[in-house]
Design a protein around this ligand. Structure first.
Ligand SMILES: *[C@@H]1O[C@H](CO)[C@@H](O)[C@H](O)[C@H]1NC(C)=O
Ligand SMILES: *[C@@H]1O[C@H](CO)[C@@H](O)[C@H](O)[C@H]1NC(C)=O
Ligand SMILES: *[C@@H]1O[C@H](CO)[C@@H](O)[C@H](O)[C@H]1NC(C)=O
Ligand SMILES: *[C@@H]1O[C@H](CO)[C@@H](O)[C@H](O)[C@H]1NC(C)=O
Ligand SMILES: *[C@@H]1O[C@H](CO)[C@@H](O)[C@H](O)[C@H]1NC(C)=O
Ligand SMILES: *[C@@H]1O[C@H](CO)[C@@H](O)[C@H](O)[C@H]1NC(C)=O
Ligand SMILES: *[C@@H]1O[C@H](CO)[C@@H](O)[C@H](O)[C@H]1NC(C)=O
Ligand SMILES: *[C@@H]1O[C@H](CO)[C@@H](O)[C@H](O)[C@H]1NC(C)=O
Ligand SMILES: *[C@@H]1O[C@H](CO)[C@@H](O)[C@H](O)[C@H]1NC(C)=O
Ligand SMILES: *[C@@H]1O[C@H](CO)[C@@H](O)[C@H](O)[C@H]1NC(C)=O
Ligand SMILES: *[C@@H]1O[C@H](CO)[C@@H](O)[C@H](O)[C@H]1NC(C)=O
Ligand SMILES: CC(=O)N[C@H]1CO[C@H](CO)[C@@H](O)[C@@H]1O
Length: 723
């Protein structure tokens, strides 16, 4: 089952609306310093309008965090929001890792050091285009487990991890109730989308999750997004395209309306185009939410970053939300960053009136409307004048003055008289990304190649008389699973065709050690059939099929029961004559030989015999290695892999992610050719670059590049540069 909600929004908007509220005991939900009423979160006794942005700590490096958070602050954000990534932190039950990129405490402390707040979305199911939605794969083998349901084994591990994180935050004094930065926490994630699949165990699980979270006593509010039955005092929020129409409102009179996730954009998958949303359009929707009583807006993502290693979910590219206000490298994406900064400043300049004033709204014309906040006692007034006409200017009368409104725009008047910001008028510098090639690896002499071993049935130790589910065999220690068989050719077969059907994600086929082809599915259609001509010998024939996963699924119910890999294998001789190998004596091998030896690490490269690269060019399953010096300076660095096919790349033993250049978009272009290498992955000299190429690819055209920005005058609109 694939769920539409796996689409990721660009903006995730929490809008707190209407209903005046006093929460439980004497007006306080949560004790400590953070409460809320119907209008907004209340921090240290004050209502606040808060701008928030998602930055996920493992999608960048600790060396980048300070600068990213600093640029978010300068861009007018108050809050940094992150998920917590369970499968990074607990790779084996009870064995934890919070070091390096996984240092959540350090990330929280960096947020605090820069004077910002944090929203911690613990999940621990997070989706997030992250492999397995954040679940450690070992959960799959817990007996009788059903994920995200009223199921004792699942609840045990979920509670165990959630408690671990909350205790860790508490022991470091990181909750606002302790003087720390965390003002909000989230338990579960968009659960209602799948709740019905669990029948009565769904609502029971929701009640349990809320109770479990609240009992952890963080002193700050919990939210459950998309959960109309969120139990008190957890705040239920709405996600969707048209929450204004579809949300039934809060599930209790003493909770505010929260609007989360305006689904406006998508993450990018292999074969997909980047989704480009203009600064003007984002500003329009944010201003509209604020005009409609909103007080908390989260940008998903503010900085997307990089899906290093094998962390992206099925078919999701390695670069994550490069179109965000801070691009993949952490550079300002202009004019988006600057336009939103100006919007935040405009709204902050009148936030007291927005939060204390009486909201009203009225029509100014057929497609024009005004939202006004007025403080009766002070006489202060703020107005949002909206023109919903997509094409034409409109002249409207407001408070005895005439205003010309740009098409599809919102004008902000902090005193109801003077326009200080218009969402359609971009008053910030534009930037262009400058890519400088510092080195091309075009000399054959510097490359060495090693072609991996193609195992036969005789080489395998795991045997079965059926096709096994891919991940249940690999346990996700590798993307790769070999399926091998042997047979004696005994029927007449002039032009035999190997037919292999798979439920995902890609297959390479070898017959008698000769490569005969590959096929793959896509994010939307994972199932595919490979049909390749094959040459059979009259002796024993060895067929070796390499099943490849490109990330585990991250959404939908019953993730623990998904089936990936081969489902049917035949060799067709004629319509009526064929070999049916679906239920046959299969031998399995998990992973590639070079992977097992970790030959991408410098200390292990000698474990296989490398040869001059020219002998391995265009050989399938070939490893390439070379050494190089780091580019001078501090500009971010990327490898241009446009001449490669599909595989994975490592610098000094650290994986910079999967690449899949040969999967073209409908415009016949690769989805991603530039692969970010964080500066901290480099030594000054003798850096080891290792590539694993599955089929083809030419390392001689790889280049090393630095990325920087050049500023363009603001009055020229370079629409073609928005990318
Ligand atoms: C904003 O809040 C006011 C007062 O509670 C309410 O009358 C109005 O309908 C709200 N506006 C919207 C767009 O919900
Ligand atoms: C979590 O489970 C581990 C064993 O896997 C146990 O050692 C630990 O005490 C548990 N922690 C909590 C908070 O339940
Ligand atoms: C913990 O994760 C880091 C990556 O940030 C990795 O380098 C390190 O080896 C891991 N530690 C252990 C003990 O697995
Ligand atoms: C006020 O705003 C709400 C929400 O957008 C809308 O339903 C209502 O029609 C508006 N009222 C007027 C008088 O325009
Ligand atoms: C608009 O003009 C009318 C008539 O001149 C006056 O009574 C009213 O106070 C004015 N309103 C504002 C908001 O200035
Ligand atoms: C629309 O209004 C803006 C702002 O007043 C003005 O600059 C622009 O020239 C107008 N455009 C047209 C077509 O009238
Ligand atoms: C825009 O660019 C100009 C020239 O590079 C610079 O002087 C100016 O400070 C920039 N303005 C903003 C708002 O960044
Ligand atoms: C695989 O088995 C074949 C046939 O028994 C043998 O020749 C070959 O050396 C084996 N390969 C490996 C890597 O063990
Ligand atoms: C996974 O493999 C084990 C044995 O290795 C088997 O008992 C179990 O049924 C398999 N599960 C799935 C979902 O295929
Ligand atoms: C022909 O070979 C296939 C595959 O090895 C085998 O299943 C089948 O029994 C053989 N048929 C005969 C007539 O030997
Ligand atoms: C081969 O066997 C499988 C499993 O029994 C079956 O589903 C499939 O239809 C068979 N293929 C053909 C061509 O009969
Ligand atoms: C309520 C609201 O603003 N919804 C918007 C979400 O984003 C889409 C796409 O930009 C708009 O069409 C909706 O109006």
């Amino acid at each position: 089952m694939e769920w539409r909600q796996s689409w990721r929004p660009w903006l995730r908007l929490f809008v707190m609306a209407a209903v005046a509220v006093v929460i439980t005991q004497e007006g306080c939900v949560c004790g400590g310093d953070v409460t809320y009423d119907g209008r907004s979160l209340i921090i240290k006794g004050e209502r606040r309008i808060l701008f928030s942005g998602s930055i996920h700590y493992p999608r960048s490096t600790p060396e980048m965090w300070g600068s990213l958070i600093g640029k978010a602050k300068e861009g007018g954000l108050d809050v940094i929001q992150t998920y917590v990534f369970w499968n990074l932190h607990e790779p084996q039950p009870g064995q934890y890792n919070f070091s390096g990129r996984y240092d959540l405490v350090k990330f929280m402390k960096e947020i605090q050091a820069q004077g910002l707040y944090a929203c911690l979305r613990i999940g621990p199911f997070i989706e997030s285009e992250w492999t397995y939605g954040g679940f450690p794969f070992w959960l799959h083998d817990v007996p009788d487990i059903v994920y995200r349901s009223d199921n004792e084994p699942f609840k045990f591990y979920m509670q165990n991890f959630t408690t671990k994180i909350v205790n860790m935050m508490k022991s470091e004094g990181l909750y606002a109730s302790q003087g720390g930065p965390i003002i909000l926490s989230q338990i579960e994630n968009e659960y209602q989308n799948i709740e019905a699949a669990f029948h009565e165990k769904g609502p029971a699980y929701v009640r349990w999750a809320a109770k479990m979270a609240v009992e952890l006593q963080t002193g700050v509010p919990w939210v459950m997004c998309k959960q109309t039955d969120a139990p008190d005092p957890v705040i239920n929020t709405c996600n969707g395209m048209r929450c204004g129409q579809t949300f039934g409102g809060p599930n209790s009179p003493n909770k505010p309306s929260l609007w989360t996730e305006n689904w406006t954009s998508f993450y990018q998958v292999y074969g997909g185009e980047p989704y480009i949303r203009s600064a003007e359009d984002i500003a329009f929707h944010v201003a509209l939410f604020i005009a409609r009583n909103g007080s908390y807006v989260n940008y998903y993502m503010y900085h997307g970053g990089t899906n290093f290693g094998r962390t992206s979910s099925a078919y999701v590219i390695t670069s994550y939300y490069d179109q965000a206000p801070l691009d993949e490298y952490g550079l300002l994406r202009q004019p988006k960053w600057g336009h939103l900064k100006a919007l935040h400043a405009a709204i902050k300049s009148c936030s007291t009136t927005l939060l204390q004033g009486m909201p009203t709204n009225f029509s100014l014309g057929q497609l024009q409307e005004a939202y006004v906040f007025r403080e009766e006692t002070e006489g202060r007034c703020v107005a949002f004048l909206i023109n919903n006409d997509e094409r034409n200017n409109a002249t409207v009368q407001f408070q005895n003055a005439s205003h010309e409104l740009m098409p599809k725009s919102i004008s902000i008047l902090p005193d109801c008289e003077k326009v200080i910001f218009n969402t359609a008028t971009v008053n910030t510098n534009y930037t262009k990304r400058i890519i400088r090639t510092t080195e091309i690896f075009d000399s054959m002499d510097r490359w060495q190649g090693y072609t991996d071993v193609i195992p036969n049935y005789e080489n395998t130790s795991l045997h079965s008389d059926t096709l096994l589910e891919h991940t249940n065999v690999t346990k996700d220690v590798s993307d790769y699973l070999w399926y091998t068989l042997r047979f004696q050719h005994n029927i007449s077969c002039a032009e035999p065709i190997l037919v292999a059907e798979s439920k995902g994600h890609a297959t390479h086929a070898f017959a008698n050690n000769i490569y005969i082809g590959n096929a793959h599915g896509s994010h939307d259609t994972k199932q595919f059939i490979m049909q390749s001509p094959v040459v059979l010998s009259n002796e024993i024939n060895n067929i070796s099929l390499l099943g490849v996963m490109v990330g585990l699924p991250d959404s939908g119910a019953f993730l623990e029961r998904r089936f990936s890999g081969l489902t049917r294998v035949e060799i067709q001789c004629s319509k009526n004559e064929f070999y049916n190998f679906t239920n046959y004596a299969w031998g399995y091998q998990v992973g590639l030989f070079g992977e097992k030896l970790q030959i991408y690490r410098e200390e292990n490269i000698h474990m296989v015999e490398w040869s001059k690269a020219n002998t391995s060019l265009n050989q399938p399953l070939t490893w390439y290695k070379t050494f190089f010096d780091a580019p001078n300076g501090n500009d971010p660095v990327a490898l241009n892999l446009s001449s490669m096919g599909k595989g994975e790349a490592w610098i000094n033993g650290q994986s910079i992610g999967r690449y899949w250049v040969s999967f073209l978009t409908s415009k016949r272009e690769p989805s991603q050719i530039m692969y970010h290498v964080p500066r901290s992955f480099f030594k000054t000299s003798e850096n080891l670059l290792v590539l694993l190429e599955e089929a083809g690819g030419n390392p001689l055209h790889i280049s090393l590049n630095t990325i920087s920005l050049s500023t363009l005058p603001k009055h020229i609109h370079y629409y073609h540069l928005l990318q």
